[in-house]
Design a protein around this ligand. Structure first.
Ligand SMILES: Nc1ncnc2c1ncn2[C@@H]1O[C@H](COP(=O)(O)OP(=O)(O)OP(=O)(O)O)[C@@H](O)[C@H]1O
Length: 831
């Protein structure tokens, strides 16, 4: 609002005249009228006029009609009453501004001290130019008092600078600043024109000012309307709040009344409760008092009754005791009599039972004999079956040999025939005779050749079929022999060593039995005895047996690996019993097996089989896997993990070096390297005792291009660490840890074989309990074939350990994995 006002104020400033010509003396009557207006004191303005101006000004604002005419227009008009001009001026310069901001106006007006006088002057000049007759009467005489006029009357009038008007007022007529003479009509007209333009500008300014004022008034009106609507809204709100307030007041009053009523009720209830409590207390006191009295009375009565009863009871007890004593004695006599008869009866019955039991035992014995006879017959029939199968196998092998021979013959005859054909062709070409005889002969020979070729092809396909059949029959024979087999080998001795008594009762027959005389045992009577322990295995090898003989017994298993089975052959026994000699020596099982596989694989090439063979060698030492073909310095750095392929039933070890066995020499180099790397440590039992389990893994993958068959087998040859007992070995520190780990893994091996023997479908087999059993998971049990060599030392000093090894082997031998097998037991009899 102030900003608008200040704008208005700025616009309302009237430019001071630049130069006002001083009027000549001929214009004195105008001067006089002007003088009159100037000379009239401010207080002389009639009150009625003042009122009229203000009302008129308000009307002007309200009507918003620019009724004023320009000075030029009015110049040609007839004279009008004074009031018609004065209010217009007052509206613009006086009343409205005075009432709004009198101070601002005063200051703005005072900044232009010459404005009114210039106007007066211009009016006078104008009058003088148009002549006195048309000049309007002095409007200034009727002008209301404004701040400007007050300022002039109070302060500026006395100190006002000299103006043209003053010159007119000067009676001396000597113009202080006059520049034109009375005759200088043109000059005056020019001045008049200048003044006229100046006035025109002033009027234009005034119009602008008026418009802005009208705008302001409109703005105020809008504002007023907004305020009024706001006021009415507030009024409505106030009314609503008042009515709400009244509702609350009435609610509070009703709740207060309810509260008072509730208080009243509570007081009444409290009083009633107090009364009740008092009356109850009195009743309770009375009751307690009565109860005590009754209790005392009862106590007295009871005491009297007890005394009376005691006396009566004493009497009765004495009588009863006498009576019971008599009855008891009678009863004892009666019981003794009954017991005697009962005993007689019982004895009779027992004798009868004994007779029945004896009879039943005899019957069962007969049944058992029958069953044993049946079993024997079954065994006999199985043996016969095996024999028959062996005969069939022999027959098949013979037929295979014959076929092979005929194939060879056919091949050589084919070669011969081919040579013949070539020579005949040459001859044909040479002869060129085309004679019938020659032609016939040639045809005959060609036919013979064709027949021979067909025969050879037929023999080849027959041979392939024979091979497949052989595999099936061979596996059947292996299964009949059992999927886990145990063989015992006794190492030779030096002449200086004290040997224990070991017998081989069936050495000339099946070579399965072994008898060992146990250690000396002292009885309670002081007599010393030695028990003979008899053992039976799938085969027993005496000290003179060579590695070649041993291998001939196990070669069939190696053949199974080629046929796609998982085969595991392991040597078990105490340190120094000959495990390493049997397994890894230069003519041991590992080199022999690999050589055999190599040879067989080469042979099978004729039957369409191609084999790839990969060998790796690991060591399980302190439950860690080491790569025996790797760098021994990195044994502790490189970690190996065992991964199983559940689907293929194959095991893989991570970060393991495997060597392609493309020649027999490759096997020897592997063995040399593994031997150099193998962890060895000295113990009391053996100077170079292997302290780890070593596993030679041979993977055999075969493909038959003719039949499309594939086979994937694994041969594991395991040299177990020594099985000596902790106490005996005298191991300490690291050695003790080694021995503990060895014993743990060997006992896990026993547990696994035991669990497999129970043969429960889906039963838990604790393969994971040791690294060794986990590594051999798919080579122990299931569809795999296992052979255990129990190595024993024949020395007297090792007899206890030997017995332990043999008992463990018997436990394994009694395990049924896969097909049924005869159970053997350790037989003991005194020497
Ligand atoms: N059948 C055998 N014929 C000849 N010598 C043998 C035979 N068995 C074992 N030996 C010899 O007996 C010694 C101990 O044998 P070997 O090292 O094989 O025992 P080990 O049971 O493997 O011992 P460890 O488990 O501690 O390695 C070796 O010198 C070995 O040559």
């Amino acid at each position: 609002m102030d900003e608008v006002e200040s704008t208005i104020m700025k616009k309302s400033q009237i430019r001071p005249p630049s130069r006002i010509p001083s009027p000549g003396k001929g214009l004195s009557e105008i001067t006089e009228s002007q003088n009159n207006s100037r000379l009239r004191p401010p207080g002389t303005v009639p009150q009625s006029l003042k009122y009229t101006y203000s009302t008129a000004s308000l009307q002007m604002v309200g009507n918003d009609e620019p009724k004023r005419k320009t000075l030029v227009e009015r110049a040609g008009e007839p004279a009008k009453p004074n009031t018609s001009f004065a209010p217009g001026r007052s509206v613009v310069k006086g009343t409205s501004l005075t009432s709004a901001r009198s101070t601002s106006m005063a200051s703005s007006t005072s900044s232009r001290p010459q404005s009114s006088s210039s106007r007066n002057t211009s009016a006078s000049s104008f009058a003088s130019s148009v002549g006195p007759g048309v000049r309007p009467p002095s409007s200034y005489g009727a002008r209301p008092q404004t701040s400007m006029s007050r300022a002039r009357s109070n302060t500026a009038s006395s100190k006002r600078p000299a103006t043209a008007m003053d010159d007119h007022l000067d009676p001396g007529g000597g113009p202080a600043t006059g520049k034109r003479q009375g005759w200088d009509v043109h000059g005056r007209i020019a001045d008049m024109e200048a003044m006229y333009f100046e006035l025109k500008d002033t009027m234009a300014d005034t119009n602008v000012e008026r418009k802005s004022l009208e705008e302001t008034v409109r703005h105020y009106k809008i504002k007023l309307l907004q305020l009024e609507s706001k006021n009415s809204a507030l009024e409505a709100k106030k009314t609503a709040l008042e009515s709400q307030n009244m509702t609350y007041d009435s609610k509070i009053a009703s709740q207060q009344a309810e509260l008072d009523a509730a208080r009243q009720r509570a007081n009444t209830m409290m009083t009633a409760a107090d009364d009740d409590r008092r009356s109850h207390r009195i009743e309770l006191d009375d009751a307690i008092h009565n109860h005590r009295r009754e209790l005392d009375q009862l106590r007295r009565d009871m005491t009297e009754e007890i005394d009376r009863l005691k006396k009566t009871h004493q009497r009765n007890t004495d009588d009863e005791f006498e009576r019971l004593d008599k009855a008891h004695r009678d009863e004892i006599r009666e019981l003794e009599r009954r017991n005697a008869s009962h005993l007689e009866e019982e004895e009779r019955r027992r004798v009868q039972d004994l007779y029945e039991v004896k009879k039943q035992i005899t019957l069962e014995q007969q049944n058992l004999d029958l069953a044993v006879g049946n079993k024997d017959r079954e065994i006999q029939s199985m043996r016969e079956q095996i024999e028959q199968m062996k005969a069939e196998l022999d027959q098949e092998q013979t037929s295979k040999a014959n076929l092979q021979k005929s194939l060879n013959d056919s091949s050589s005859s084919v070669v011969n025939l081919e040579g013949t054909v070539r020579s005949l062709r040459d001859r044909i070409q040479f002869l060129e005779s085309g004679s019938q005889a020659q032609s016939d002969r040639f045809e005959l020979m060609e036919k013979q050749l064709q027949d021979a070729l067909e025969q050879a092809q037929e023999s080849k396909s027959k041979l392939t079929k024979e091979e497949t059949l052989r595999r099936i029959l061979f596996n059947q024979v292996q299964e009949l022999k059992g999927n886990i087999r145990v063989m015992c080998r006794v190492r030779p001795t030096n002449p200086s060593e004290e040997v224990a008594k070991i017998l081989y009762p069936d050495i000339d027959k099946e070579s399965k039995e072994l008898e060992l005389q146990g250690p000396e045992e002292k009885s309670s009577l002081g007599t010393i005895t030695r028990k003979t322990n008899a053992f039976t295995f799938d085969r027993t090898f005496g000290p003179s047996t060579t590695n070649e003989e041993v291998f001939s017994e196990i070669s069939q298993l190696v053949q199974s690996a080629l046929d796609g089975y998982n085969v595991c052959i392991f040597c078990y026994g105490q340190t120094g019993a000959g495990k390493t000699h049997t397994m890894s020596s230069s003519d041991g099982m590992i080199p022999r097996a690999t050589h055999m596989i190599y040879e067989k694989a080469t042979e099978l090439q004729d039957k369409g089989w191609t084999y790839s063979m990969e060998g790796s060698f690991v060591e399980v030492y302190n439950e860690e896997i080491h790569d025996l073909l790797g760098n021994p310095r990195e044994f502790d750095k490189v970690k190996h993990e065992i991964r199983h392929d559940e689907k293929k039933k194959q095991t893989a070890v991570t970060n393991l070096k495997s060597v392609e066995l493309d020649s027999p020499d490759a096997v020897e180099s592997i063995l040399r390297r593994a031997d150099a790397n193998r962890s060895v440590a000295a113990t009391k039992s053996n100077e170079r005792s292997s302290r780890s389990h070593s596993v030679f893994i041979l993977k055999l993958i075969g493909r038959n291009s003719t039949t499309g068959e594939t086979s994937e087998g694994t041969l594991n040859l395991v040299d177990l660490a020594g099985s000596e007992r902790l106490k005996q070995s005298g191991a300490e520190g690291d050695r003790m840890k080694e021995t503990q780990n060895i014993n743990k893994s060997l006992s896990c091996l026993g547990d696994v074989i035991g669990a497999l023997g129970q043969g429960k479908e889906g039963g838990h087999i604790p393969y994971r309990n040791s690294k060794l059993t986990y590594l051999l998971q798919y080579s122990l049990g299931g569809n795999s074939k296992t052979l255990m060599f129990v190595m024993i030392s024949p020395l007297e000093a090792h007899i206890k350990e030997t017995l332990t090894s043999l008992k463990f082997a018997t436990k394994v031998h009694n395990t049924h994995i896969g097909t049924a097998k005869k159970t053997t037991r350790v037989k003991e009899r005194d020497a």
